[in-house]
Ligand binder design. Sequence first.
Ligand SMILES: NC(=O)c1ccc[n+]([C@@H]2O[C@H](COP(=O)([O-])OP(=O)(O)OC[C@H]3O[C@@H](n4cnc5c(N)ncnc54)[C@H](O)[C@@H]3O)[C@@H](O)[C@H]2O)c1
Length: 360
Amino acid sequence: MSKTQIALIGCGKFAHGHMRSIQEQGDRTEVIAVVDIDETRAREFAATYNIPHSYGGPEALFREQHPDLVIIVSPPGDHFHHCIEALEAGSHVLCEKPLAGSLAQLDQIEATIQRTGSTCTGVLQWRYGSSGQHVKRLLDEGALGKPLVGICQTTWYREPAYYEIPWRGKWATELGGVAMTLGIHAMDFFMWLMGDWDTISATVGTLDRDIEVENVALAHVHFSNGAMASLINSAVSPHQESYIRIDCQQATVELRHLYSYRDESWTFTLPPTELRTKALKQWETMPEEKPATIGTQLASLLDALDRSEAPWPRVDDVRSTIEFLTSLYKSAFTGQPVKRGSILPGDPFYMSVNGKTELA
Ligand SMILES: NC(=O)c1ccc[n+]([C@@H]2O[C@H](COP(=O)([O-])OP(=O)(O)OC[C@H]3O[C@@H](n4cnc5c(N)ncnc54)[C@H](O)[C@@H]3O)[C@@H](O)[C@H]2O)c1
């Protein structure tokens, strides 16, 4: 089978993480080109990894190269345009979070996929840990009983220097604050585990930093199955932790880690009832471990492309997460609860997640 030819757009800090994840795939792939608006950085990055071509913009890349897959690691405000350019050039796309800055942009990406036949997916690597997929299976099969109460916590710390990078801290370029750029990992994963939500009430604040976007976001969520959850996102918490807890009728599952979980990051607690043995047996059927990393997601993407299938999560699935986050912001900025599915064309929150930023 021929190697998947990859081009990378954005050669900054996290591009090195993507290179590691590409290297994990062995000889299934080859990186043929990189792009950075800073041409010197692109050249140096290419030299570091022995990549044959570097460019100062996507136009030059697509004039000369035809990559099978484009991995987008540019700043969030550029993701949408880079996705459209890559799809129009006939490449498949794996784009960093957040995939786009509005539901309107996501609908445009979906329309472009339908027209071009290329595929696009967003990096949401927490869904890819084998233990996370095991928990999802147990919840979907009802092995733990109905989920009743949940907690989803992203309490991280970002010092003032973090916001000195010009695109950070601004709605137009970072597309949101702690909820959109940090809490997105835990919230996407938690909401995927919990199932359809119904209503969100939220509040956001910008505490202790000179930035436009929020660095604290709190929310209460009601789910269609009657469950309730509390969500905390903070970028001002010196004791950093990611924590998810789901109390079901027959067990509590908890996940405690920071950026990437393993099997041992989970705890499982049973109530003292006769249901104990059955639920425990199901829990103990944990599959062989695969970490919750971009490498695991990329391996699955390559498998999907080999089968000529669209990689998961598809754009409509990523859209559900961005819709949830948009609803969080809408609730916070309007002071009203927001129902799932209520942000439609004509609503300012359809055009941008905070209902007011004009996206370039
Ligand atoms: N999935 C994760 O766990 C994770 C972790 C960290 C960062 N990220 C995401 O990765 C992306 C990049 O983050 P970073 O920390 O590497 O940022 P960075 O600022 O270090 O790198 C961004 C790079 O993009 C380049 N760039 C800017 N505008 C460009 C344009 N129009 N065309 C081409 N290149 C352009 C910059 O020169 C820079 O080299 C962000 O979307 C961020 O959310 C994801």
